[in-house]
Design a protein around this ligand. Structure first.
Ligand code: GLA
Length: 351
């Protein structure tokens, strides 16, 4: 759980933007809710020095000081590079400097690396991916500093089958998300059936960073997005302006009951139970034997939706709690019927 600069700031990211995000996370309830990482995405890199050491650009005058600052807030800090000569935004990549860059990140005190394929496609074949990612995975290991390794190659070559083996802790399962409802539906609901079996503690599918609070997403759409990512046991990397967000958006990002679904220690990614027209029902098994169930309405207003307890694998009678309303709804026999708002979700804890 953390924040990443790309979705909103893109190449407008700077030392000041990163410090402001850390200040906000440490004081607005996000840190207490479990958010831990402040991740710089693309556009921080400057030129290499005479020894080939990567430097920050003019917007990042002192990477070590920035990392110290984020750590002083009780948070961890992440950085970004590419195995290619250039990053996606055209900045210096790690090509032929992999070990040296890993050592720089560790020396600066970084805790997380997102490694984005980008221009690597110009120097390597797609089938080289596992070896190329392993090279950086090994280089990070060799630094002796624990550094989370985030693979970003848009889900090609079934990365979930080899991502963990090359040292990956998470891997993107798709192309880039953008700040609109259609994109969230396309990425979130398109998780290949069966992908859930590759996720688990230490190695997760990543349907991309959150757009909660970005664009023109409504409260229902933000809740749908955050609920689906939580049922997917996805990394929760906020991508909005933490220093200027509405209480409503913050309320979505720090809903403790929804975060508990995402972070449940069993670490099982939820899966789709059924889909019918605009209705999509997902279930996630939890450590204590209970289930989280999301009933989504992707479209216009619909008739109430009924889920049968036998299809979600709970007994005849179950206790149900609504995780957005923070309300115990009571005991139910055999089934439960919900009114699901348009472009929205009813997220339930079924015990
Ligand atoms: C790619 C990645 C994005 C972001 C940009 C930065 O598109 O998928 O998440 O890192 O590059 O240039």
């Amino acid at each position: 759980m953390g924040w990443n600069s790309w979705n909103l700031f893109a190449c407008q990211v700077s030392d000041a933007v990163v410090r402001a995000a850390a200040d906000s996370m440490a004081s607005n309830g996000m840190k207490d809710a479990g958010y831990a990482f402040i991740n710089i995405d693309d556009c921080w890199q400057g030129k290499r020095d005479a020894q080939g050491n990567i430097q920050g650009n003019e917007k990042f005058p002192n990477m070590k000081a920035l990392s110290d600052y984020v750590h002083s807030k009780g948070l961890q800090i992440g950085i970004y590079s590419s195995p290619g000569p250039k990053t996606c935004a055209g900045y210096e990549g790690s090509y032929q400097h992999e070990e040296q860059d890993a050592r720089s990140y560790a020396a600066w005190g970084f805790d997380y690396l997102k490694y984005d394929w980008c221009s690597a496609s110009e120097v390597y074949k797609s089938s080289d991916m596992p070896a190329i990612y392993k090279k950086m995975g090994d280089a990070l290991q060799a630094t002796g500093r624990p550094i989370v390794f985030s693979l970003c190659q848009y889900g090609v070559n079934s990365v979930w089958t080899w991502g963990a083996r090359v040292g990956g802790n998470l891997w993107r399962t798709s192309g880039d998300i953008s700040a609109n409802y259609e994109s969230i539906l396309a990425l979130g609901f398109a998780q290949n059936p069966g992908l859930e079996r590759y996720a688990g503690p230490g190695h997760w599918n990543d349907p991309d960073m959150l757009e909660v609070g970005n664009g023109k997403l409504t409260l229902n759409e933000n809740r749908l997005h955050f609920s689906l990512w939580s049922l997917l046991a996805a990394p929760l990397l906020a991508g909005n302006d933490l220093a200027h967000m509405s209480p409503e958006v913050l309320g979505v990002l720090i809903n403790p009951e929804v975060i508990a679904i995402d972070q449940d220690p069993l670490g099982v990614q939820g899966h789709r139970l059924w889909e019918e027209g605009p209705i999509d029902v997902w279930v996630k098994p939890l450590a204590d034997g209970s289930k989280a169930v999301g009933i989504f309405n992707k479209g216009d207003p619909q008739d109430p939706v009924t889920i049968q307890f036998r299809e979600i694998g709970v007994g005849k009678s179950a206790r149900i709690r609504d995780l957005w309303e923070h309300k115990d709804l009571g005991h139910f026999e055999g089934s439960f019927t919900a009114n699901v708002p348009a472009h929205g979700v009813v997220l339930l804890h079924v015990l």
